[in-house]
Design a binder for this molecule. Structure first.
Ligand code: BTN
Length: 327
């Protein structure tokens, strides 16, 4: 699978983006120093990557729609972040972006590095599960973070990412996305996104965190394996239309950067209210599974470090890991 545009295509694309309106081929020849046949070939290639180019005999050509491929140069265009996504590794197909992220982080990749792929063949979920990551239909990504926090505070990062995702989905689509403690994002009670945090740390300092995020964007029901259909959804299923993944990814990076930087300095304090408002479990009767241990009770609150407070049989428990189901 060819993952990037050739240099002439990139030059033409840049010129079309800059121009906005129609461009005559003879003017382009002068402007970008490509021959007419190179331009024709480039138009074909650009279109084959999903860009829409309109051509009119008297007026020339113009760009009318961008691709849905997650090309790094599309993501960084107008991206308002200082840290996240400044450095992007983009692939057509990999095993797991988290595994790649770990290897890169061990070789000094800088904080904020984004690993992004169109497809995963060994996508990992929490608790040893797999994560279905079909080509071009979702966002399968990992971020390398090097937060100056104690390892015990790291679980809070899941909530930060969940909040950023819920807010970005709401902003782009208007859908009412919820956060399911500790690491899921739901729409209409079905899973739209999941977060997998992996940590390399000493007792009192974090070397790096790999924050893996999977977002179901343009799958139809049939694109999910049967066993996932009951509990998983995508933006396309909810909206009955496709969503541009690039736009969602940009919004997520911008929103998560703000929340992450605040979390690093102040813990969850500035965003806790918002996390609680968007929580799908607070105030509800839940069952928490932690390995073989199960606690049935009421989800009361979220602590400043991201732990969940549960009241069970008159006692209060503070938990910082596990899987919650509504009873
Ligand atoms: C979960 O809900 O169980 C977490 C799912 C996390 C999936 C993402 S997809 C990109 C990144 N790479 C992986 O192998 N997993 C995470």
């Amino acid at each position: 699978m060819n993952q990037s545009l050739s240099t002439p295509s990139l030059i033409l694309l840049k010129a079309l983006k800059k121009a906005c309106g129609f461009q005559k081929p003879e003017d382009l020849v002068v402007k970008i120093h490509l021959s007419k046949s190179q331009i024709q070939k480039a138009i074909k290639e650009i279109k084959s990557f999903g860009y829409e180019i309109e051509s009119k005999k008297e007026k020339g050509i113009r760009l009318v729609g961008i691709t849905d491929r997650l090309f790094p140069f599309e993501i960084t265009e107008n991206l308002k972040t200082k840290l996240l996504g400044k450095n992007i590794y983009y692939y057509g197909k990999v095993g797991s972006t988290n595994d790649l992220g770990k290897r890169l982080a061990q070789t000094e990749a800088e904080e904020g590095t984004l690993i992004l792929t169109e497809e995963q063949t060994k996508g990992k979920g929490r608790m040893g599960r797999s994560w279905h990551s079909p080509p071009f239909l979702g966002i399968w990504m990992s971020l390398i973070l090097r937060p100056h926090i104690l390892p015990s505070k790291a679980p809070g990062l899941s909530l930060c990412a969940g909040l950023a995702l819920a807010l970005s989905i709401k902003k782009l689509t208007g859908l009412d996305a919820k956060i399911k403690w500790p690491n899921d994002c739901l729409i209409n009670k079905k899973k739209i996104g999941g977060i997998l945090l992996e940590l390399e740390a000493e007792l009192d300092r974090i070397n790096f965190v790999i924050l893996g995020l999977g977002i179901n964007v343009n799958q139809t029901q049939k694109d999910f394996p049967r066993h996932l259909r009951k509990n998983a959804t995508s933006l396309r299923i909810e909206l009955k239309r496709n969503v541009k993944r690039v736009l969602l990814l940009r919004l997520f990076l911008e929103s998560f950067e703000k929340i992450y930087l605040s979390f690093e300095k102040h813990g969850l304090s500035f965003f806790k209210k918002r996390i609680k408002e968007l929580s799908s479990v607070l105030g509800k009767n839940v069952e928490l599974s932690l390995g073989r241990k199960k606690i049935k009770g009421k989800a009361l609150d979220i602590d400043d470090d991201g732990s969940l407070l549960i009241e069970s049989k008159g006692k209060k428990f503070k938990v910082n890991a596990g899987e919650v189901t509504l009873r």
